[in-house]
Design a protein around this ligand. Sequence first.
Ligand code: HSE
Length: 403
Amino acid sequence: MIKIAVLGFGTVGSGVVEVMHENRVSIAHNAADEIEVKYILARSSHADSPYAHLVIHDFSLIEQDPEIRIVVEVIGGATVAYDYTKRCLLAGKSVVTANKELVATHGQELLAIAKEKNANYLFEASVGGGIPIIRPITQCLAANEIDEIYGILNGTTNYILTEMIQCGTSFDTALRQAQEKGYAELDPTADIDGIDACRKICILADLCFGRHIDPHDVKTRGIRGVDLADVAYARSLGYKIKLLGRALRTGDGHITAYVAPHLIKNSSLLSNVDGVMNGIVVHGNAIGEAMFYGAGAGKRPTASAVVADVIDAAKHLKARKFLGWDEPMPGYVTDADDLVMPWYVRVRASLTAIGTELGNVRFVTRRGAPLDEYAFVTAPMTHRHLHDSLANMEVLSHYRILD
Ligand code: HSE
């Protein structure tokens, strides 16, 4: 019998305990041993929960209990969770987490401690919710040189955009629905402003390209400001607006990573990834293109990935799994503003100004547009070039186009 502790009893924590209990027979079969939750660390007593008898408030009981070999950290954030994770690893316990902020910022250090202590630090649930993506990248695609990875990495914003595109729902109503469904972060600005997607693309890039990327080096733009007018123009073009995180090799020893809303073609792999679903596309030099799709947030899909890691940790209590990446290097991450891509632009300006500054553009129309509003697609150019060309126009929106 393997005893585990769960740190945090919110949406994901309660999902983990439920799935552990409901599926205990198949979990025992897959882990080749029974796994039992011995403690749940929570701030309140959770008196109404059927698991209230497991709730404790003192972390040191877990830290000092030699029977606890695996700890699930689903507290979130990078303060208390960082302290507890470090202490568990230092005590030789394996840690499983869904905490993308912690992995993206301190993953390299925590993995080094895990290595030193012959323990595992596993984080399948940190990217893509229930979608298997960390293990496929590090194991199933290990034969490839990966040159690009991109995708819809945040369920909350994809839910909001889908509601706007399919139902014309307002941004605020769609956000409230996503919060009610348990998709959003405690502070939903992390979702809306792309910060959550930024942490996830950093983790993916760390694994795909083998070197730590500081989330602060990743230009990040969320979906605040995406307007139903842009949704309508995109539709006339045969595109949808999706928030993408993207990381790619941009020359010898360099990569670029960024998060931004994009127009993607209705025929593209990601365009039907709707609602809370996430989709991640990987380009490898042997496999070509592969896509991973599934529920990107929510209690049970995330618990599914966490519990799979618990099983993996249980199977690797003695033999540590290799997982890690190199330390950061100055100049490694190059500026996403230098990428050459076509742009969708909506401006209030004269036709002459548009022609003079941008040359031949492809105009697009929508019903009910004001007379002085123009929307168009540019030739491929850098963000700097676009910015300079639009300097004398009233820019209402501009988004990258990924063809
Ligand atoms: N808030 C996150 C999302 C949860 O909406 O994708 C899963 O990481």
